[in-house]
Design a protein around this ligand. Structure first.
Ligand SMILES: *Cc1c(COP(=O)(O)O)cnc(C)c1O
Length: 384
């Protein structure tokens, strides 16, 4: 694995063939629907453009980002798939979005009116998805607010400023498919779709399913599914099944190299606050990744890693730039040796899910939080 850039403290290898394959598998889980690959947050930390291209190769006909800037970056890269973006604040460059043929979600009359104004400025008809809050209590129009949004949207359709092409929503408990709110949200969603159609909207896509619902809830597939984390090969429902149980392969492997190996006596405290003490004379290794690189500080004494095929743990407190590992008295590890923090799980190496379990979070956060000092190396496809 030693293709590291010498100056980089760590490398996230991204297997684009895994991303492509995961999208194929997700399409098989939702055979009646098109697939929108969510590539927000720099492709969940895996790299926006390379992952978007891999998803398209796997059969995604749509891409989605929370923020408009990432949607524009996809167009700048020459990607022609349909793109939806959904999280805006006043002042957003909706005219720029329309010029680049980007679909826009609206959740309130303020953004609907701003999109319509941009349509008049650009002379284009905006493709709009009405977001309904079916019970997540986050973005989207709630209750009578949706009826108001729909009425305003129909008026703007009559002026040909916009066209309502979608109605969509998002679950609160998709990762607990039997949770009573799931059925309730499905009902509210079905009612909102029916209301829009009765009002005269000719919808292209009704969409509700994230990764968890794509894998576990066919009732929610509708015309388009919107998986994110599963595209990158992580399980959205770890309590129900690991990635392999759903035919998914983790795409990211995080590797660093030992910067120092040294012997310490028994009873020596390690790192700030001496949160770890050697219980025997032993050899410790210094790993040049820390919380500035996305290693959670609460991985102190628990973060799993693998050196020379052996599963070990972080010893002592996670620092800004580095962590230590107790390699054991008989270790033959040397400076420059690879340290696998997480990856596919092959050969008993830890996974992002193991890191999530060790630090009390979800795998999503482990992969999206890697900092800019960690280089990304994309493999599994030759561009051009
Ligand atoms: C992030 C996001 C998704 C993807 O969710 P996953 O759980 O990663 O599959 C889908 N829809 C919306 C609105 C999102 O914000």
């Amino acid at each position: 694995m030693s293709t590291h850039h010498p100056g980089s403290p760590g490398t996230a290898y991204i297997d684009l063939a895994a991303v492509e394959g995961n999208v194929r598998v997700l399409r098989e889980h939702a055979p009646g629907a098109d697939l929108l690959a969510v590539v927000k947050a720099d492709g969940y930390g895996h790299g926006l453009v390379p992952c978007a291209r891999a998803a398209v190769r796997g059969g995604a006909t749509w891409l989605g980002t929370a923020q408009l800037d990432e949607a524009l970056a996809l167009r700048d890269a020459g990607i022609q798939a349909r793109i939806l973006t959904w999280l805006h604040v006043p002042g957003a460059d909706f005219a720029g979005a329309l010029r680049r043929d980007i679909d826009l979600s609206v959740a309130a009359t303020w953004d609907l009116d701003a999109v319509a104004a941009a349509a008049r400025t650009t002379g284009r008809t905006a493709r709009v998805h009405l977001k309904v809050d079916t019970g997540l209590g986050r973005n989207g129009a709630f209750g009578a607010g949706f009826t108001d949004l729909l009425a305003r949207a129909r008026a703007l359709e009559a002026q040909e400023a916009i066209r309502v092409v979608g109605v969509w929503s998002h679950f609160a408990y998709a990762d607990e498919p039997d949770h009573p709110t799931v059925r309730r949200q499905e009902e509210v969603f079905a009612a909102a779709v029916a209301e829009a159609e009765r009002a005269g909207c000719r919808l292209e896509v009704r969409h509700l399913a994230n990764s968890a619902a794509t894998l576990t809830n066919p009732r929610a597939h509708y015309d388009l599914v919107r998986p994110g984390v599963a595209v990158y090969g992580l399980s959205p429902v770890p309590q129900l099944g690991d990635p392999a149980a759903y035919g998914l392969r983790p795409a990211m492997t995080l590797v660093a190299r030992l910067a120092l190996v040294k012997d310490l006596p028994a009873g020596q405290g390690i790192s700030y606050g001496h949160a770890y003490h050697t219980d025997r004379a032993t050899r410790v290794g210094l790993v040049p990744l820390g919380y500035a690189d996305g290693i959670p500080r609460n991985a102190t004494n628990v973060g799993p890693l693998s050196v020379g095929g052996r599963r070990l743990r972080i010893a002592g407190r996670v620092c800004m730039d580095q962590v230590l590992v107790d390699l054991g008295p008989d270790s033959d590890a040397r400076e420059g040796d690879d340290v696998v923090l997480f990856g596919t799980g092959a050969g008993d190496t830890p996974t992002a899910q193991d890191w999530a379990d060790a630090t009390g979070t979800i795998s999503y956060e482990i992969v999206t939080r890697l900092g800019p000092r960690v280089e990304r190396v994309h493999r599994g496809f030759e561009e051009g």
